[in-house]
Design a protein around this ligand. Structure first.
Ligand code: NDP
Ligand code: 8X3
Length: 249
């Protein structure tokens, strides 16, 4: 049995991770901003495992500290942190991008990940099998037209995974960078600000990854022997070669 904290568990990859890890009778701490969805998920999973929900915005460093600082009164260690909360906002070329979109992506994908990790490291260091998963992206490996700040934020996640692996070596903490290609979640709906037509078009004409595909890879990586760490994984659907080439019918 492991104790996990998953950020951004209200949808997509985070929710799928909660569902996959609930199976092993693990203890789950699920976070996100939408309290109704957190409650729903808790209700869905609580006959399989112990579930606690925490509702906060990873961009708000005070909220992060407040919500996570007293966790040590309820758990004595954290085995797995899945830094998943994140988004793309807009897909405009750099000369036309919105400053608010840029702030939101950098504050969530980079600073939020840092705030959460920093707050939880004391509990992670107390685990016998500590493992941090950072959800990066193929956008953190290659840039594409209009990806600019989102790509930069995911390159930053990639760099932070490498740095965490170095800095946390003395504590035996595994750090895995997970870089999926296109996954059919609410990601594109969020990116295109609720425009369903634009969002659906992203996944038209091919079979994309589904959130549970990514979750099962994370589950596999978390179950390797103590001396084995999967450092970096790029996962795409079969129809996608990289950020530029997708075979659409
Ligand atoms: P979803 O939009 O379905 O899920 C995003 C999750 O992040 C939600 O649970 C959302 O919860 C949470 N979140 C967003 N902003 C914040 C915030 N400020 N504070 C707390 N939680 C937040 O998208 P995905 O599941 O696809 O995305 C998950 C991760 O995977 C992201 O980091 C994304 O960049 C990455 N990724 C996605 C790919 C894709 O094609 N879908 C491919 C590669 C990587 P709430 O709104 O309740 O706060
Ligand atoms: C999400 C994948 O290709 O839309 O990180 O940037 S992509």
């Amino acid at each position: 049995m492991k104790t996990l904290l998953i950020t951004g568990a209200t949808s997509g990859i985070g929710k799928a991770c909660a569902e996959v890890f609930a199976n092993g009778g693990n203890k789950l701490i699920l976070t996100g901003r939408r309290s109704d969805r957190l409650e729903e998920l808790k209700h869905q999973l609580s006959d399989q495992c112990q579930v606690e929900t925490l509702c906060f915005d990873v961009r708000n460093r005070n909220e992060v500290k407040e919500q996570l600082s007293d966790l040590d009164a309820r758990i004595n260690h954290l085995d797995i942190l899945i830094n998943n909360a994140g988004l793309a906002a807009g897909k405009a070329n750099i000369d036309e991008g919105e400053l608010d979109d840029w702030d939101q992506m950098i504050d969530t994908n980079v600073k939020g990940l840092l705030y959460v990790t920093k707050a939880l490291l004391p509990l992670i260091k107390k685990s016998q099998q500590p493992h941090i998963f950072n959800i990066a992206s193929t956008a953190g490996k290659e840039n594409y037209l209009g990806g600019n700040v989102y790509c930069a934020s995911k390159h930053a996640v990639d760099a932070l995974s490498k740095s965490m692996r170095i800095d946390l070596l003395p504590f035996g903490i595994k750090v895995s960078n997970i870089a999926p290609g296109m996954v059919d979640t609410e990601f594109s709906l969020v990116r295109f600000k609720g425009d369903k037509e634009k969002a659906n078009a992203v996944y038209d004409g091919f079979t994309p990854l589904y959130a549970k595909d990514v979750a099962s890879v994370i589950h596999f990586a978390s179950n390797q022997p103590k001396h084995v760490n999967i450092n970096d994984l790029v996962i795409t659907c079969t129809a996608q070669a990289n950020s530029f080439y997708t075979h659409k019918l």
